[in-house]
Structures are given as structure tokens and as C-alpha cells.
Design a protein around this ligand. Structure first.
Ligand SMILES: *Cc1c(COP(=O)(O)O)cnc(C)c1O
Length: 393
């Protein structure tokens, strides 16, 4: 295993990922599993997670863009890859090269992709995206007129040379809100469009709409592929949903770790960090931690967030700096330079979840995970042992 600097690092428990995949499998019946590994596998490292998820039995992969698709191919992923987002025309050549499938939601792009494929003597798999209510990407299907127009366009697209119409899909905007009827409306728009297409004799081998939340909240449906992201990594799409927690039984895969770089006792009345935003009310054991917002530790956690030191929750004192921050370790017992601390994860039986930190700053776990910095090495664990390190710099 490669050496890494024990400054700040992200530990990824591959056994937890394998467990989560098994949980998802047991839930989806015979449907195919497209592992969503965009944004560097939600910060967990796509170069390792792609090949690993493949060995766990993922059928195919979903990414946001062509660079991510190429990274997976370079890592030996041979399964189908779907680019869920926009690919600029100038990258169509690379698309052909890497054999990824492209999402289509616009006729002009479909025509120029067809031309690029034909010119290269290649066939490009495509998935048609239907907008059923989110208004992000897709052919609009929210009204009967819209559906009629969408069916006309799709009929023209599936007839274009060089394209292989492999799938059709939509995406939900509130499937994490259990009981919100909007998801049912989106689903109805989806199925109504599929039915209208079928009347014209147009069908697709793959039909998909379930993100993580829908896999647990939508129930029986007509799709044959699911697109889990966050649950692969062991987190809930909607934290605090007890029904989900009971049904899903996931294991968070990532632990964010750092060390103590300096420790001292500071008298009452002193300030800590930029802006003098905190005044100590007692003599305080201040521990400096070499992690900051440049590592993906959100600056909004200033004076709010907590860090586990010896399994004790220690409050952040003052502002989070670019590369460092200070915590109140007065009640954490013996603290020594070089000892490890936990930024999120479990330490000595105490848990501090990424969901909890996300809630403190008004965001979601997804964002805190995928903003973990490039200078933070990813350390992979199996059977409780570190088996691989990936350093980006
Ligand atoms: C990101 C994404 C997913 C996965 O979402 P999760 O909530 O992480 O499961 C699925 N489908 C599309 C189109 C996405 O963009």
C-alpha cells in the first residue's frame, strides 16, 4: 500500500459499499442496477469505486459527463456507461471513442450526434430523457400536448442512423418526500408517454426512473433498471425518515479523519481564529486540526461544527480557516499532537454523521461528500485493514 501523509484523509469502507449494494439488490428484484458514480463517486473516488462496484455486481454506471465516463474506462470498467447530462458537440468524437451512452433531450443534438456517429462508422447508444415535472432536462411530458409533441420528436430520433435507442428515463424532484403526490404525477406522465410511444410501435430495452429515494418510496413500477447514488455510499436521501432507515439498513462508507497538529491551554478572555468571533469563557484546551475549507470542511461550520476527539464531541472555536481550524478539547481527556480525530464518522462508539454536519449548515450530505478536497487522500479499507490509497496530488 502506498504511503500517505497522515494529515487529513477520507477513509472508505469497501465492505460497507458491498453491503449497501446487497441491500439494494434485495430490494429491486430482477431489475438492473446502474451505479451512479458522478462527482468522483460522491467524493469516494470513482477510480476505485467504479471497478469495485463492478465486482459487487453493478450492471452499468451513470456519470454526469464525458470526462467521468473516460475515467471509468481508464479504470477498466467495460460495462455500459450512461452520461446523464450535457455533452458539447465538440466532444462527440470522444463519446464514440469511449463507447458511453448519451442522454438525449433535444432533437438538434440528436441529429448532430447521429451525424458524428455515421461519419465515424460507429453506433452510439442513447437514452431518451423525459421531463415529467422537474424542468431540468428532458422532452416535456407534463401535458397531453407536450406528450404528443414529445412522441413525434422521439419517433424521428429513433429513426436516425448511427444511434441505438437503448433506454428511456425520467428523474424525480421530490421522491425523498414520502407521501408527496407529485412523484405519482411525474410517474403518471412517464407511463402515459411510454404508452403513447408504444402505440406507435416504439419501445426501449431499458426504462428507468428510480433514484435512491424512489427505490424505497415508489413501490412497484414498470421499469427494469434503477439508478441509486447516495444509498450506495450508505446515506439516506432524506435523513430522519425512520421508515426508510428501518427498510434500507445501510452502512455509511466514508469517515473523514484528521489529526491534532498542536495543543495548548489558552486563558479565558482570549479570542480564537480569524475575526475574533469567539471569546473564551474559561481556560480552554485548544487543539488545532489541519483541515480547512480547502479540504472541503465547510466554513459555515465555524463556531458550530463538532469534531470527535477521543470519542468526545468538541466544538469548533472561531472560524474555519483555509487549511486549519481549532476545537475546544478541554473535556476530551489526554490530547496529544499526532493523534487522530474524526470529522465525520464513528469514533470510540460515538457517531457524528455527515447528515448532522449538513443540517448545521443548511445543506445535504451529498454536497459535503462531493466537496471533500483533492488534497485529501482516499484510503480504502477491507476487512478492517487499509488496502489502497489514492492521492490526487
Ligand atoms: C444523481 C442522479 C441520480 C442518483 O441520485 P441519488 O439521490 O443519489 O440516488 C439518479 N439519476 C439521475 C438522473 C441523477 O442525476
Amino acid at each position: 500500500m502506498e504511503h500517505f501523509t497522515r494529515r487529513t484523509w477520507l477513509e472508505i469502507d469497501l465492505d460497507a459499499v458491498r453491503h449497501n449494494v446487497a441491500q439494494i439488490r434485495s430490494r429491486i428484484g430482477g431489475r438492473k442496477l446502474m451505479a451512479i458514480v458522478k462527482a468522483d463517486a460522491y467524493g469516494h473516488g470513482a477510480a476505485v469505486l467504479g471497478p469495485f462496484l463492478r465486482r459487487c455486481g453493478a450492471d452499468c454506471f451513470g456519470v454526469s459527463n464525458i470526462d467521468e465516463a473516460q475515467e471509468l474506462r481508464a479504470g477498466g470498467v467495460e460495462e455500459p456507461i450512461l452520461i446523464l447530462g450535457y455533452t458539447p458537440e465538440e466532444d462527440y468524437g470522444r463519446l464514440v471513442e469511449c463507447g458511453a451512452a448519451q442522454t438525449l433531450y433535444d432533437e438538434r443534438a440528436a441529429r448532430s450526434l447521429s451525424a458524428a456517429a455515421t461519419a465515424a462508422g460507429a453506433k452510439i447508444p442513447v437514452h431518451i430523457k423525459l421531463d415529467t415535472g422537474m424542468n431540468r432536462l428532458g422532452f416535456a411530458t407534463q401535458t397531453e400536448d407536450g406528450r404528443r409533441a414529445a412522441v413525434d420528436v422521439i419517433e424521428r430520433i429513433v429513426g436516425l442512423p448511427g444511434l441505438v435507442p437503448e433506454g428511456i428515463f425520467t428523474h424525480f424532484s421530490v421522491s425523498d418526500e414520502r407521501g408527496n403526490p407529485f412523484t405519482g404525477r411525474q410517474y403518471d406522465n412517464f407511463t402515459a408517454t411510454l404508452a403513447a410511444l408504444e402505440q406507435r410501435g416504439i419501445t426501449f430495452p431499458l426504462r428507468h426512473c428510480d433514484n435512491s429515494a424512489a427505490i424505497y418510496n415508489l413501490g412497484e413500477n414498470i421499469t427494469n433498471l434503477v439508478r441509486p447514488g447516495i444509498i450506495l455510499y450508505g446515506l439516506a436521501p432524506e435523513p430522519g425518515d425512520d421508515v426508510f432507515a428501518a427498510e434500507a439498513q445501510l452502512m455509511p462508507a466514508a469517515r473523514f479523519k484528521s489529526v491534532v497538529s498542536h495543543v495548548k491551554t489558552v486563558p479565558a478572555g482570549d479570542f480564537v481564529s480569524y475575526g475574533n468571533s469567539v471569546t473564551l469563557t474559561r481556560p480552554t484546551r485548544v487543539a488545532t486540526i489541519p483541515v480547512g475549507y480547502a479540504d472541503g470542511y465547510d466554513r459555515l461550520l465555524s463556531n458550530r461544527g463538532e469534531v470527535l476527539v477521543n470519542g468526545c464531541r468538541c466544538r469548533i472555536l472561531g472560524r474555519v480557516c483555509m487549511d486549519q481550524m481549532m476545537v475546544d478539547a478541554t473535556d476530551a481527556g489526554e490530547v496529544a499532537v499526532g493523534q487522530s480525530v474524526t470529522l465525520f464518522g464513528t469514533e470510540q462508539g460515538t457517531s457524528l454523521s455527515v447528515d448532522e454536519l449538513a443540517q448545521m449548515v443548511g445543506t445535504i450530505s451529498y454536497e459535503l461528500l462531493c466537496t471533500v478536497g483533492r488534497r485529501v487522500p482516499r484510503v480504502y479499507f477491507q476487512g478492517g485493514k487499509a488496502v489502497k490509497v489514492v492521492k490526487y496530488i
